[in-house]
Write a protein that binds this ligand. Structure first.
Ligand code: BTN
Length: 246
């Protein structure tokens, strides 16, 4: 795949952990993709696990080692990845997927992909970013009730390699852009967010419901909402939850 080297593993604990192993560092250059058919300890966000049937889904970590990306731009990596995934899902389904802030990909009320990014910082720059991506492709049975896959929606099988190629093509496009300046990435990300400009339901951490409109993510990655009293408020992770009714 153009510009990216791929390491394929039949089984590993987690592709993100593999990419972080000290003894692997000489083998893993900038733009390396670690892909696994199976993970015994796949990691999700917030210390959750990530489950996947063997060989059915895309389980990858894209490793980038930017030379000059200041930490202030760390969310641009997250924006680029979410956009690339959203574009990939939309392309293969011919259907508009949404980014659920901060970086889950949804088709209506169902999650089809998730992202777990682990950055290393040195002298105020991102020296390495391990971008873990789990995209449900050909799996049709899930233990989680709000999960879905390309196959569940389109009723056909997909070739993992083709999905990976398209994803990398879109990721590289956005990544090149943020290395150049990244001026457009934030508004592009914002315009693809679930609830953008629409009154939708949220829950507070105490499960109190409220309605708000998504304005977008701040440069610090916080979610900016317009409340019904007209106020604009920023929320960090775990300070607000989307209420999708499932
Ligand atoms: C989420 O909770 O939404 C994030 C899921 C990220 C899962 C992927 S699968 C490949 C990579 N390796 C991991 O251990 N996790 C990520």
């Amino acid at each position: 795949i153009s510009g990216y080297s791929t390491i394929f593993l039949s089984s590993v604990d987690s592709t993100n952990n593999y990419a972080a192993r000290p003894e692997m560092q000489s083998k893993i250059q900038d733009k390396t993709v670690i892909m696994a058919a199976n993970q015994s300890k796949g990691k999700g966000q917030h210390r959750n696990s990530w489950e996947s049937e063997v060989g059915k889904n895309l389980l990858i970590s894209i490793v980038i080692k930017p030379k000059d990306l200041p930490i202030e731009k760390q969310f641009f990596i997250s924006f680029s990845t979410a956009l690339a995934l959203k574009e990939t899902v939309s392309f293969f389904l011919s259907k508009n997927a949404k980014i659920k802030w901060p970086n889950d990909i949804y088709i209506n009320t169902h999650k089809i992909a998730g992202i777990l990014i682990e950055n290393s910082i040195s002298s105020n720059k991102i020296s390495r970013s391990i971008i873990g991506i789990g995209l449900n492709v050909n799996q049709i049975n899930f233990s989680i009730k709000n999960a879905t896959s390309l196959k569940l929606i389109k009723k056909e099988d997909f070739v993992l390699k083709s999905v990976l190629e398209y994803l990398l093509y879109r990721f590289d496009y956005h990544y090149k852009n943020i290395l150049e300046n990244g001026s457009k990435i934030q508004s592009l990300y914002n315009s693809n967010l679930m609830g953008k400009g629409e009154w939708i339901s949220f829950l507070t951490p105490k499960h109190e419901p409220f309605k708000a409109k998504v304005i977008g993510a701040s440069t610090q990655g916080k979610l900016r909402l317009e409340l019904q009293n007209g106020a604009i408020q920023e929320f960090a992770h775990k300070e607000v939850f989307f209420d999708l009714g499932n």
